[in-house]
Design a protein around this ligand. Structure first.
Ligand code: KMH
Ligand code: ZN
Length: 306
């Protein structure tokens, strides 16, 4: 395999050194800042039960601006239709990418996970909206009472499309075995667009890996050498995962896709509350939020504003 160095697990991570198999080794200081991604909407929460969930384009843009001001650099986007149901409508996705680019500097990462009911074809077609980045989940996982399907055939097709279109993937891992699939993907198909591998550990999904510090450490140890990673804990696992990730040199994803409470009896009213809390903890950890411009260089996202 061409990328044996990439896929070898050397146990050294979070050093800020990238060597992702592009043929050049670049050293970047990454450990002194925290990349904060906001996932404001998701596909699961119900607007009628959570009226503060941003579901319209206007609501999403307002949320994005507030979250950028609070310290977010990336926005992980799911969109909704007129009835606030999840959709992968091509035109709506395109309008969303344009509006977010016009009104913020955030890196626009579209979800290719969609909802558990979305077809593989519709999920692949998300890339036609030409986002800066997209999520790419590295395996199938039980998802509450449902199944979030990501067979190898889909993963590799999606990955090659991201390479063709120069869209930077973020590798989402919901379970430890998905790290093995990430090794296989990089080994067989080479580095992603932008040359850098960044993962997001999505922890605490019922059916996926638990959201605790021991599992976080095991997941990080299973990643390919030289990658960077964020973590998010669903629901009550939000805080343990956030504290663990900050302590281990990782980055953070927060947002109403993942948690709807700040504490028992304190519902989230604005995504920015979650970003503000993450940013404050990052500052306490002496790793302040990474500005969007730095995040572009860090993730290898080209500046499509130019
Ligand atoms: N909504 C979940 C089924 C992603 O955005 O890529 C999948 C998900 C992952 O949220
Ligand atoms: Zn998502």
């Amino acid at each position: 395999m061409a990328r044996s160095a990439e896929t070898r697990n050397t146990g050294t991570r979070n050093t800020g050194t990238r060597n992702t198999g592009t043929g050049s080794t670049k050293t970047r200081s990454t450990g002194h800042q925290t990349l904060i991604t906001v996932a404001p909407t998701g596909a699961e929460a119900d607007k009628s039960a959570v009226p503060t969930l941003p579901v319209t384009l206007d609501e999403l843009v307002v949320t994005a601006k507030e979250c950028q001001a609070a310290g977010a650099a990336v926005i992980h986007v799911h969109i909704r239709d007129e009835a606030a149901r999840p959709t992968l409508d091509r035109d709506r996705l395109g309008d969303t990418v344009s509006a977010l680019r016009e009104s913020t500097d955030l890196i626009v990462q579209l979800s290719t996970g969609g909802a558990v009911t979305d077809s593989f074809a519709a999920r692949l077609a998300v890339l036609e909206a030409d986002p800066d980045a997209c999520s790419l989940t590295c395996g199938t996982v039980n998802f509450g009472d449902d199944v979030f399907a990501n067979p190898w055939s889909f993963i590799k097709e999606l990955y090659q499309l991201t390479q063709d279109r120069r869209i930077v993937p973020e590798f989402e891992l919901f379970d430890l075995g998905q790290a093995a699939t990430l090794h296989r993907l990089l080994g067989e198909f080479g580095p992603p667009a932008g040359g850098h591998v960044h993962c997001d550990l999505v922890m605490g999904v019922p059916g996926g890996m638990p959201g605790d510090v021991a599992t976080l450490a095991a997941a990080v140890a299973a990643l390919p050498a030289g990658v960077t990673w964020s973590a998010t804990g669903i629901g009550r696992t939000t805080l343990p995962v956030m504290f663990g990730a900050l302590g281990a040199g990782g980055h953070l994803r927060v947002g109403m896709e993942d948690t709807l409470s700040l504490a028992r009896g304190r519902p989230v009213t604005r995504n920015a509350e979650l970003v503000e809390r993450a940013a404050e903890l990052a500052r306490i950890a002496q790793r302040p939020p990474m500005p969007a411009a730095d995040a572009r260089a860090f993730l290898g996202v080209s500046d499509r504003h130019a």
